[in-house]
Design a protein around this ligand. Sequence first.
Ligand SMILES: [Zn+2]
Length: 413
Amino acid sequence: MINSTVKCRFCDTPLRHTFADLGLSPFANSYIKWEQLYQMESFYPLQVYVCETCFLVQLPEFQRPEEIFGDYAYFSSYSESWLQHVKLYTDMMVKRFSIDPNWMVVEIASNDGYLLQYFKGKGIPVLGIEPARNVASAAQDAGIPSVVKFFGVQTATELADTGKYADLIIGNNVLAHVPDINDFVNGMKILLKPKGIITMEFPHLLRLVEEHQFDTIYHEHFSYFSLITVKKIFDTHGLTLFDVEELPTHGGSLRIYARHSEDSSKPVRRTVPELIERETRDGFTNLKYYLNFGDKLKEAKRNILEFMIGLKKEGKTIAGYGAPAKGNTLLNYCGIRTDFIDFTVDRSPHKQGHYLPGTRIPIFHPDKIKESRPDYLLILPWNLKEEIMGQMAHIRDWGGRFVVLIPHVKVYA
Ligand SMILES: [Zn+2]
């Protein structure tokens, strides 16, 4: 059903076209405690629109972010590979732009200082901006100065008023989570020094579409960007993209580099027009391209269920590995509960002992796999499948097999 009152968060055009309708779903990060098991749970529409004017793929804002992030009690348990990723980023940036202790590096959604610690280690002044108080205080304890705030024009102006400007603004996996994208990008324009640099990483819409990554859609994730659309947004706010890189993280991300449009000291690299041309060729400026995704989504669901039903008919046991937000979208959309998956396991002690939202699948310590010896282990964070298959290689001792469902159902014997 189309609600004609919702408007594009960037250009204000009424949203009339559905990109993906995943039905009703609970918030993907609202893990259920044992004592909540017999209580009701809130489900919200998970319907993604595409704007016919600017082609921003988006969820309408219907819930204040404070409510979503309110019980965001979990500290992100960063995987080794992610820490390695941000360490390499730090080294690359310092070298490429000759960053020295005269720079001020600001990260938006800086979490516990997982990234800024590497700049700090090189003697470069840093400042984190992080809305979750408990997470920000963990960063403070680790010696990373952090302000507890949502980022936007107001926060940027407050910092600028006290003489705090940024030579480098970093945002990793935050742009997609911002409800008011114009206010956010405008805030960066205010905070950035005249010759400053912005880098942002976010999942690339092209990969979501091509690899059927529908499970990366969840309520906390408001926008899904192509380079074409993100460039339009930055251009509008007087910021120019001067480079872009494609990264393997999160199933395929972009890292964009931006500067003030007035700053001619950093010419635009060929990477930007080249990727825009590729997206245009693929159909990203054609509404029909987006409208086709709904059929792919339904087909993926049918294939997944067909496979799961087949296993259960053969009397096989299936356990899950991981309890990521994306797993919750997939399981809720497909209607996969303990009728298919006995339990899942997660290394995070903050998730163990809880239940997945909506599906109420219990989460245990990974040792549970050894005890129960399932025939199939379904890897929910498919972007980490190599890492996980390495850690859990022992399931092969009893003939266990790994399963990944995105982009297609695939069994690894
Ligand atoms: Zn729009």
